[in-house]
Ligand binder design. Structure first.
Ligand code: NDP
Length: 294
């Protein structure tokens, strides 16, 4: 058996097209564009690439992008004052502070300063709490993107056994909450889990968010399972001096057993920005008091 490839790139492109339509309707109804503010502190090359890409996608979707680039030695008071200013700005519907921050800045304090109703990354404790108790809020983009791919592939997830490998606040934990809310039976595995291959073998749904290249092997996968690989790992390529991206799942092995699997790249990765745009649009509709068709 060879698994169906879950084409996250195509799904994300579709989602972005739908968002662009709704963003245009929002502008028509309110006379202003939905707005996303992105704050970058310092010159981390990967963060610069992400921020540029987020800004470009925001504009492509017909929304306003406000980029704030601060020097690496920015002090906490200056950064918090900027966040407060964005909280108060009616043109800003969503605020994203690109992580990681330089070490002298307290990430939790910065996130806690963002108005939860503008926290389109879903990292504020208020939004984590809302997710845990089933209230409307903002859900972190990557796990919400994974859920969308799973629902598109499987429809109703109720009763399925799901194993999430990884328990970070930005991927593993919210992923587990989302699957629980869909009535899956959820197991969260992590670095202390015993007999991980046996735990994974029970799963109808495997979500791998570990950050270890190709750790999850093909013989860990139950035949027919759906495998979502969140991992993005850069490893040495076949040609000397070149690198390539691999996931946390040994793709070729797993694809021979699974029912469906996301590739890396082109699986979960493209969903993150698409969901960020979706969250920003949802924020804008809420701020304007307008209903948003599902
Ligand atoms: P973290 O490093 O924050 O968390 C990794 C988790 O994996 C931890 O819970 C850790 O367990 C667990 N883990 C580590 N080693 C093992 C092991 N040997 N066996 C079982 N569990 C283990 O990573 P993130 O959640 O931030 O990211 C995970 C991956 O997803 C990374 O590759 C990252 O690049 C990628 N990613 C991709 C995104 C995208 O597609 N847009 C967005 C975000 C992340 P413990 O808690 O016990 O230490």
């Amino acid at each position: 058996m060879t698994a169906n490839v879950i084409d996250g790139k195509a799904f994300a492109a579709n989602l972005r097209a739908r968002i662009a339509t709704l963003a245009a309707e929002f502008t028509q109804a309110t006379g202003r564009q939905a707005g996303l503010a992105v704050v970058l502190v310092g010159e981390d090359p990967a963060s610069q690439v992400y921020v540029r890409s987020k800004g470009k996608s925001t504009v492509e979707a017909g929304m306003a992008s406000f980029e704030h680039k601060l020097p690496a030695d920015t002090d906490e008071a200056t950064l918090l004052a900027l966040v407060e200013q964005l909280n108060a700005d009616p043109a800003v519907d969503g605020i994203l502070v690109q992580l990681p921050l330089p070490r002298h800045l307290d990430e939790q304090k910065v996130i806690a300063t963002i108005n939860p109703d503008k926290d389109v990354d879903g990292f504020h404790v208020t939004n984590a709490g809302r997710l845990a108790v089933g209230q409307a809020g903002f859900v972190p983009c990557t796990p919400l993107g994974c859920l969308m791919l799973l629902q598109d592939r499987l429809g109703d997830l109720s009763g399925l056994d799901a194993v999430v490998i990884g328990r970070s606040n930005i991927v593993g934990k919210p992923m587990a909450q989302l699957l629980l809310a869909q009535s899956c039976t959820v197991t969260v595995a992590h670095s202390r889990t015993r007999n991980l291959p046996d735990v994974v073998r029970r799963a109808d749904i495997v979500v791998a968010a570990v950050g270890r290249p190709e750790m999850i092997r093909g013989d860990w996968i139950k035949p027919g399972a759906t495998v979502i690989d969140v991992g993005i790992n850069r490893v040495a390529g076949a040609v000397e001096g070149k690198t390539r991206l691999v996931g946390d799942v040994a793709y070729a092995e797993a694809a021979a057993v699974a029912g469906a699997i996301t590739p890396v790249p082109g699986g979960v990765g493209p969903m993150t920005i698409a969901v960020l745009l979706r969250n920003t649009l949802v924020a804008a509709y809420r701020h304007a008091g307008l209903p948003l068709a599902p």
